[in-house]
Design a protein around this ligand. Structure first.
Ligand SMILES: C[S@@+](CC[C@H](N)C(=O)[O-])C[C@H]1O[C@@H](n2cnc3c(N)ncnc32)[C@H](O)[C@@H]1O
Length: 340
């Protein structure tokens, strides 16, 4: 069993101006945007929002922290193997959350074996599950996530791809001034996302994050990733095999006038490939316990509620973007979601 980490209430210390995790949160994460999408998709399935979120691969638990701040009824678990970002979270995030910190629990453990109360939604964001290179490990994770969800619960696992995803790539962005979690002002800085190598034989993708601060300080390889680049069909198939009843793919749209992504993830069955795209793959846990196959001569048992008609689902018309297709030339500067 993983050790549950307590929440010491220490005063935040100065120094986050050069802290890699603070810079990472500012450059990479868009947690309110992610939570808006999760609530929208959950409402589509259940007619209401949810309360219990589990953030897998949570690191500093930025997403889980934003979740407990949204509403007093919200609760969250954050799960990570590495004690260092969890300690960072206890030191910098929990004091900033004040009373809401009581509704965020951090657990040090492996997402494949952790045992926690079942959640309404599980977030595996910024491609963190790509740390699993072998299909069996990916399946183990998806099975654990499915078991960790209440009936009808949702797993949100994002993915990127496109014609340039499998090549050497360097993207630079200037990150605007902001505040770190404890209020420390962060001056504008530069963030670089680099694909260092990609092996077509096993889809091993190595990526780095570099920072350059306003005073010229360079932080090369502040973060390094050794991933398997999983494709959308592989992810969907593995989720189904892991027992998810449905799998949906939401793809970020494109604003032709502004020549950039529009930040809106729409449910798609097809889309035109581009240089780079971002998607959220959503696994829907079964609403009822799966019935085992009847033995010869045995009548199939039905679980309570099995005869209830399924809730009618809203029909979706394809949006203009789906029929027109998306432009080939596409910036990959959408805030968030290249790595982690
Ligand atoms: C960069 S962070 C993700 C940060 C943040 N959640 C995000 O979405 O940007 C990836 C984290 O996954 C954690 N991790 C890797 N393998 C894991 C596993 N099997 N179980 C739990 N955490 C794991 C690492 O320790 C690391 O903190």
């Amino acid at each position: 069993m993983p050790a549950k980490l307590r929440h010491p209430r220490r005063a935040p210390t100065a120094g986050l101006e050069r802290d890699p995790w603070a810079l990472y949160e500012a450059a990479v994460q868009g947690v309110d945007h992610d939570l808006d999408l999760m609530e929208r998709v959950y409402r589509r399935h259940h007619g209401a929002s949810f309360t219990l979120l589990r953030e897998d691969f949570c690191a500093t638990a930025h997403l889980a922290g934003a979740w407990v701040l949204r509403r007093p009824a919200n609760r969250a678990w954050g799960v990570d193997l590495d004690p260092r970002p969890l300690a960072w979270c206890r030191r910098h995030r929990l004091p900033a959350l004040r009373d809401a910190a009581r509704r965020l629990r951090l657990v040090r453990g492996d997402v494949r074996t952790v045992r926690l109360p079942r959640a309404d939604a599980i977030a595996a964001q910024n491609f963190s599950y790509w740390v699993f290179h072998a299909r069996d490990d990916l399946l183990d994770y998806f099975r654990a996530a499915r078991r960790g969800l209440r009936p009808g619960g949702l797993l949100f696992a994002n993915a990127f791809g496109g014609t340039e995803a499998m090549g050497a790539l360097i993207e630079r962005r200037r990150i605007r001034a902001s505040n770190a979690v404890d209020g420390t002002p962060l001056e504008p800085f530069h963030y670089t996302w680099e694909h260092v190598s990609f092996n077509p034989i096993d889809h091993r993708l190595r990526c780095d994050i570099h920072f350059r601060l306003a005073d010229g300080t360079r932080m090369r390889r502040a973060f390094h990733y050794d991933w398997r680049l999983w494709t959308l069909p592989e992810i969907q198939e593995a989720m189904r095999e892991a027992g998810f009843a449905e799998v949906e793919v939401y793809v970020e749209g494109w604003d032709e006038k502004r020549g950039e992504t529009d930040g809106i993830f729409r449910l798609r069955r097809r889309f035109e490939n581009q240089e780079g795209w971002l998607a959220q793959v959503v696994g829907v846990a079964p609403r009822r316990r799966p019935a085992r196959s009847p033995r010869p001569g045995e009548r199939r048992a039905s679980w309570p509620g099995a005869a209830r008609p399924a809730r009618p689902r809203p029909r979706r018309r394809p949006s203009a973007g789906a029929t027109r297709g998306l432009p080939r030339r596409r910036a990959r500067t959408s805030r968030a979601r290249r790595p982690a």
